[in-house]
Ligand binder design. Structure first.
Ligand SMILES: [Zn+2]
Length: 200
């Protein structure tokens, strides 16, 4: 029913997670009615996204300058490292205002079913970054899922081996099944303050 150009746009939008076919069609029609200026900006923004936004070479967070602002901010502590599974989790920890150290973003969790192993989460780089006596504490702010548990267990073993003195996990005040990225800032601050040491 839709002309091919609109149909193509609707199909592309419909590939985004959480966007159903009807929503995609409605968005495509809305874009058709939008001012030229908006469409030009939107197109340029999408085209430039991957060029402008990169992973920080130190923490693997998203940034337009490398190293990122969180890695270069002199007011942040260098000797405490917070490990998160994904970008929304990093933003949740940062929004809690309860952490002033550096980050390391895994971009995933170890999951044999999804073929995700230590290489995919760059475990070697984390160990290199945290080892050598530079880091007094590594906080594992990982979700309370089986994958989060497995990843935490694996990383704690590697980090202990590398001589990191204190390895902690955030408290599971975080409700099961809720992604860390959606946890409110008070709950996250609470989970951070009640973190506990991981057994050797
Ligand atoms: Zn960084």
């Amino acid at each position: 029913l839709l002309p091919p150009a609109l149909d193509e746009l609707a199909r592309l939008l419909g590939r985004l997670r959480g966007v159903g076919q009807k929503t995609a069609q409605r968005l495509a029609l809305q874009l058709l009615d939008s001012p030229d200026e908006y469409l030009t900006s939107l197109g340029a923004s999408i085209v430039g996204l991957r060029v402008r936004v990169r992973r920080c070479s130190q923490c693997r967070g998203l940034t337009e300058q490398d190293p990122c602002l969180l890695c270069t901010d002199p007011r942040r502590r260098d000797d405490v490292l917070c490990v998160v599974a994904d970008i929304p989790d990093q933003y949740a920890v940062e929004a809690s205002a309860a952490f002033d150290g550096r980050y390391f973003v895994l971009h995933g969790l170890i999951s044999p079913l999804d073929d995700t192993g230590p290489d995919e989460i760059d475990a070697d780089r984390l160990v290199e970054r945290a080892g050598g006596g530079r880091t007094a504490e590594v906080i594992l702010a990982l979700p309370p899922s089986p994958e989060g548990e497995a990843t935490g267990h694996y990383l704690a073993g590697r980090l202990h081996e590398a001589g990191v003195a204190r390895i902690t996990r955030i408290a599971c005040g975080v409700p099961h099944g809720v992604e860390l990225g959606f946890v409110d800032r008070v709950s996250m601050a609470h989970a951070l303050s009640r973190r506990h040491e991981v057994d050797k």
